[in-house]
Design a protein around this ligand. Structure first.
Ligand code: NAP
Length: 252
């Protein structure tokens, strides 16, 4: 296994209370980074509970972990989070734009709320965090955006999600050009089917059908994505920017 070291680096992963974001932040914690865990508050406090559990797991690596509440789909909320980042740590070295939601329906049945909520979280959120994150990021930093193979393939029932993820890939290319002079690289990964709570609604037979179609013969693990993100956040990837790396087990 390749071992990365990020001591002294400050990493913010949006939507890192659970799922892929939690696995990515945990991998950075294992590699010695100061971890900033972002979650969205909900009335029942479920997300805060998940966030605290993830933070506890990361603290076993003896690294600082801070919880930052913010809704990435709201500009002022992101601005407050970035101010909090500066107050806590003085600046950011690595930003992983991971937060995302699904509201799948055919275009015919898709409501305006289905459309806007996914675009606002999955695309506007990446724009807000990148724009404001770049202001607090130190030169030589890294941005990694979590796109999706849906942005290439355009799956049935995912007009909102596929459009947002294709937008993230395009935004990645533009940001890479604009931030290169500061030594900041901006890349994306495009996962296929990864075992996280996002798949909870899928019927077992649908998952079996995915497994049948994926050449390596299994659903991806959050750690499969985390390994690629750590590489793109490392010094060793400094000549790679503006790219989107599919992580699909050979699917698509
Ligand atoms: P997940 O388990 O549903 O996690 C999504 C995370 O996003 C949660 O931590 C959630 O936070 C957070 N989030 C949602 N809306 C937010 C907002 N407005 N502000 C801040 N955080 C917000 O899904 P996942 O599978 O880990 O997905 C992570 C990323 O991977 C997403 O961008 C998704 O599109 C992408 N992806 C997933 C797959 C897959 O097969 N799982 C494939 C391709 C791409 P709370 O828990 O606090 O609500």
């Amino acid at each position: 296994m390749v071992t990365y070291h990020f001591p002294g680096k400050v990493v913010l992963v949006t939507g890192s209370s659970r799922g892929m974001g939690a696995a990515i932040l945990q991998a950075f914690g294992r590699a010695g980074a100061t971890c900033l865990l972002n979650y969205v508050a909900d009335p029942a406090g479920v997300n805060l509970h998940d966030a605290e559990q993830t933070a506890e797991r990361i603290r076993q690596y003896q690294v600082p972990v801070h919880l930052l509440e913010a809704d990435v789909s709201r500009y002022q909320s992101v601005a407050a989070m970035m101010q909090h980042v500066t107050d806590l740590t003085g600046g950011l070295d690595i930003l992983v734009n991971n937060a995302g939601i699904l509201r799948d329906r055919t275009v015919k049945k898709m409501t305006l709320d289905d459309w806007h909520s996914v675009i606002e979280t999955n695309l506007d959120g990446v724009f807000y965090c990148s724009k404001l994150g770049a202001e607090v990021m130190r030169d030589g930093g890294r941005m990694v955006n979590i796109a999706s193979v849906a942005g290439f393939a355009g799956f049935h029932g995912q007009a909102n999600y596929a459009a947002a993820k294709a937008g993230v890939m395009a935004l990645t290319k533009v940001l890479a050009k604009e931030l290169a002079r500061r030594g900041i690289t901006v890349n994306a990964v495009a996962p296929g089917v990864i075992d996280t709570p996002m798949l909870a609604g899928l019927r077992p037979e649908v998952l079996e059908e995915y497994k049948r179609q994926i050449p390596v013969g299994r659903i991806g693990r959050p750690e499969d994505v985390a390994h690629a993100v750590l590489f793109l956040a490392s010094e060793e990837s400094s000549y790679i920017t503006g790219q989107t790396l599919p992580i699909t087990g050979g699917w698509f």
